[in-house]
Every structure is written in C-alpha cells, then in structure tokens.
Design a protein around this ligand. Sequence first.
Ligand code: MG
Length: 236
Amino acid sequence: MLPDEAFNYLGVLDGALRREARFDLVAFDMDGVLVDYTSCWTWIHDHFSVDNEGALNEFIEGRIDDKEFMRRDIALWKERNPSLNRMDLDTILEPLPMTTGITETVSALKAAGIKTVIITGGLDIVAERIAKHYGFDDFLANGVECDDRGMVTGEGILRVELKNKRAALESFLAKYSVRKERAASIGDSFIDIPMFEASGMSIAYNPSDELAARRATFVVRSQDLTAVLPYLLKGK
Ligand SMILES: [Mg+2]
C-alpha cells in the first residue's frame, strides 16, 4: 500500500495536470463543428451531384416534417443509385474532412472529468465513427434506414428533430444527471439555438449564420477546435 504522502503527492500532481472544469457536460454539434463541412447529408448530395433545395425550403417553411425531409433526400440518392447500400454510404462518407484539434479538445475535457456528447441532425454512421475514434461519451444522430441485407430502404431514422435539439440535449442532461447550468453547448448554425438555450453557456463556433452568432454566449472563430477550451476549463 502507498503511504498517505504518496496519495497527497498524486493528488497535487493530478491537480497540476488537470484543469478544473467549468461544466459537467459539453454537447457538440457535428456538422460544421467536428466535421469540417456544412453537413454530411450535403456531402452525399454533392457525391451524387443532386440538390435538395426544394425540400430544404419546404422544411424550413414547415410544410414537410423531419421524416419527409429525410425521405426526399434519400430519394435523390436512390435515383442515382437504386441499389444503394450501407457500405456505399460508408465509402462515400469516409473522406469527410474533420476539424483540427478534436483529439486535444476531447482529451482535455475528459481529463477535467467532463462528459462529451455529440448531438446532430447528421448521420449516425459519421457520429458513431467520430465518437469511437475521438472518445466521446455518447451521441444522438439521425440515420438512413437499411434492411437486413444492408439495402437503403428510402426511409430515414429520426432521433434528433432539427428544430428541437433542445430535447436531445435535455435527454442527455437527464441521462447523466447534469443541471442545465453545468452544461455547455457548441454549434455553428441557427439549428443549434434551442440547444444553446438549454445550456448554461453556449459557443457559436465559426458560425455559418448571424442568428447563431447573436444567440450564443460566445463566438469563437478558429480553424482549431482547441480554441473553445478556455471557455470550458478554468485556469491557463
Ligand atoms: Mg452544424
């Protein structure tokens, strides 16, 4: 057994290495924050050279819901490749560019005892890959339904309503017993505002619209995600 002094020494050492957390949980939007691209749905549209502007406008105007929006997007892909399957999607999404500094950011937050989660209207294929690779604690993302042979059915799987990211964040706050004031969220667009409102502090990271910048507690413009750390951890 180690003597008490050894434990004390380890405690001091730990304190010196570990920066104190300002929050207990940090929620990251994925597309435009962790993924260095507008959206993983758009990435697939670009791959097939299709455009979803019509459905996007109808969705924004409230004439179609999340499920129909996803159905229309997937239909565009299936027009180009009627036998589209899960492996094709994996391959298409493989080269998605990632933001610099995710490894360092997640490590620093974890070292401070902060839970890190991903909340995205983007695809679970990407969210799962990022969560595993960088060590996020949890994620909530939407999906493309595939049958038992892996064929894309044409339906989407809805887990995060685009207009209600608040609900997704609140489900994590309940799951990990975190109070709103002890939660921070990071997003890049107006879609993230409900999530901002459900957290004690919010960061618009490289905001893609003025509304997100105005409604977040702080705005961080940087090509390196570690630029958010000073807002999440105390000390230098
Ligand atoms: Mg985004």
